[in-house]
Design a binder for this molecule. Sequence first.
Ligand code: AMP
Ligand code: ZN
Length: 112
Amino acid sequence: MSDCIFCKIISKQITAKIVYEDEKALAFEDIHPQAPVHILIIPKEHIPDITKIKDTETVGYLHKIANKLAEEKGVSDTGYRLVINYGPHAGMAVHHLHLHLLGGRPLNWPPG
Ligand code: AMP
Ligand code: ZN
């Protein structure tokens, strides 16, 4: 999608600190990190949000990548959080499906 910021990161029109890429997905560091490890994992297909998924594989695939990256970033033992925001109450800002990987510090529960 031409006006989507994450599609522009996929097409390399906008730079990002990419930490993982394959034919179906991309992962990069969040520009405003909320934890020492804050990575966004996205499908290369433009899916606007979690309510628009057409299959059950895509979201699972993103989680598999997140687990692998958590291992690589050294937060597997201390723990981490995987989050998908949807809608105004959850603060969703970018309309391209993305999974947040947060770790490297204790994370409050319930979340704010
Ligand atoms: P959400 O609130 O779930 O829609 O999360 C969107 C996330 O995208 C936020 O954590 C932003 O900091 C992050 N973000 C927005 N623009 C960029 C960008 N150009 N590069 C990396 N992360 C971004
Ligand atoms: Zn997009």
